[in-house]
Design a protein around this ligand. Structure first.
Ligand SMILES: *Cc1c(COP(=O)(O)O)cnc(C)c1O
Length: 396
């Protein structure tokens, strides 16, 4: 692997130099006011990126997976029922975590490549007259399949059933790269990590709670200590943590939020749409469909590309790494060997994406696939040259 090449795994993402440097802090007293000067702007920045006025943000030294645990343990009790769709490896893992915590998961299985079926959620919630279901869990962007789900539609399904369950959303591979509307969608908890849309090293679980979600914490009986938001809240009141925070990452997060808000959230989202459109055009030119079943679920942060029947898609990833020093994502779970993944979230430019597409093409030709060198690159070039980066909004 070459450190000069960009990475195309769908997280951790490429780091802008300024953010990498922001994380490189000398040791300082994390109970001093210097830390609070990083903490409060970071909490505020995250809230703004979530488009929320009401969310209370809690950040743990952890990863997205710790964010899942924070969400369920602070709001639920053993034996509670939760409703969730399984449409890829990440939703599968969150379900597994719930089951290991003694929750009763009502699983709606859908094909990997499909989004969350809001209509089936509405049926399940309408049928739940006694309100046994305490939370609806939703994966906004299934990183394994490159599928975006419609969280507003999930909220509408809950409202149509007049169901009081909480709405917990995994936004690990969407938040800060794709539009996320915490207040408008009536999200109760959002979860993400530092190493995807925020373009930082792994190490922070970033969560946001609605007032309705925080109102359940006393009744919630799942055991928790490290992830107890009551301790975190008490710490924040003093500008500190209940334990030692990841100081450098917090400084990085503060600057990452500034960077994203300076670019303008709508510009950030449009940039991702535009880069993704180029990647999709390349896959089309190779004659390879996406794992995502239809354009309405195409993710703007990751594309899972299906290779021809009988070919092991993982060979492309291995060959790119071994021969060209460039990293792509393998297929996971049900789609292992059937797809390879191109991550296009975080800090990326046209030129970086073109280099990734050119490298994949070389690997595909090396491995004997019927692909013409330059075909996918040319398709993406047409998208990028016709949608100037200075005119990002139009491109969306
Ligand atoms: C990466 C990812 C996770 C897991 O996050 P970690 O930071 O690796 O713990 C969870 N959900 C989704 C959708 C992801 O993309």
């Amino acid at each position: 692997m070459s450190f000069q090449n960009p990475v195309f795994i769908p997280g951790p993402t490429n780091m802008p130099e300024s953010l990498r440097k922001a994380c490189d802090m000398p040791t300082l007293d994390h109970r001093s006011s210097i830390f609070a000067e990083m903490l409060y702007p970071a909490l505020n920045g995250v809230r703004r990126i979530l488009k929320s006025d009401v969310a209370e943000v809690f950040i743990f030294p952890s990863t997205g997976t710790g964010g899942w645990e924070t969400a369920i343990t602070n709001t639920l009790s053993p034996g509670d029922t939760v409703l969730m769709a399984r449409n890829g490896m990440f939703s599968h893992r969150w379900i597994d975590m719930c089951e290991r915590h003694g929750l009763d998961v009502q699983i709606i299985d859908v094909a990997w490549g499909e989004g969350i079926p809001a209509d089936r959620f509405e049926e399940a919630l309408t049928a739940d007259k006694g309100h046994k279901i305490k939370a609806v869990l939703a994966t906004h962007n299934e990183t394994a399949t490159g599928v975006k789900s419609d969280i507003a539609a999930v909220r509408n399904a809950m409202d149509a059933a007049s169901h009081p369950a909480l709405l917990l959303v995994d936004g690990v591979s969407s938040i800060a790269s794709m539009d996320f509307r915490f207040d408008e969608w009536g999200v109760d908890i959002a979860v993400t990590g530092s190493q995807k849309g925020f373009m930082l090293p792994a190490g922070l679980a970033i969560t946001a709670f609605s007032p309705k979600a925080t109102a359940t914490i006393e009744a919630a009986k799942l055991p928790r200590t490290f992830f107890d938001i009551r301790d975190m809240r008490a710490g924040y009141e003093k500008g500190a943590y209940p334990y030692t925070p990841a100081v450098g990452l917090m400084n990085g997060l503060k600057q990452s939020c500034d960077m994203l808000l300076d670019e303008g959230l709508e510009n950030v989202f449009a940039r991702h749409t535009r880069l993704a459109t180029g990647v999709r055009a390349a896959a089309g030119a190779w004659g390879m469909p996406l794992c995502a079943a239809s354009p309405d679920v195409y993710s703007d942060t990751v594309s899972a590309v299906r290779t021809p029947e009988g070919f092991n898609a993982t060979d492309i990833v291995t060959h790119c790494a071994d021969t060209y020093g460039m990293a792509f994502g393998v297929g996971l779970g049900d789609v292992a060997g059937k797809v390879f993944r191109i991550g296009h979230l975080g800090m990326l430019t046209d030129a970086m994406v073109l280099s990734g597409l050119a490298t994949v093409e070389m690997a595909m030709v090396d491995l004997g696939l019927d692909v013409k060198l330059g075909s996918g690159v040319a398709a993406a070039q047409e998208i990028y040259r016709n949608t100037a980066s200075t005119d990002l909004k139009k491109a969306a």
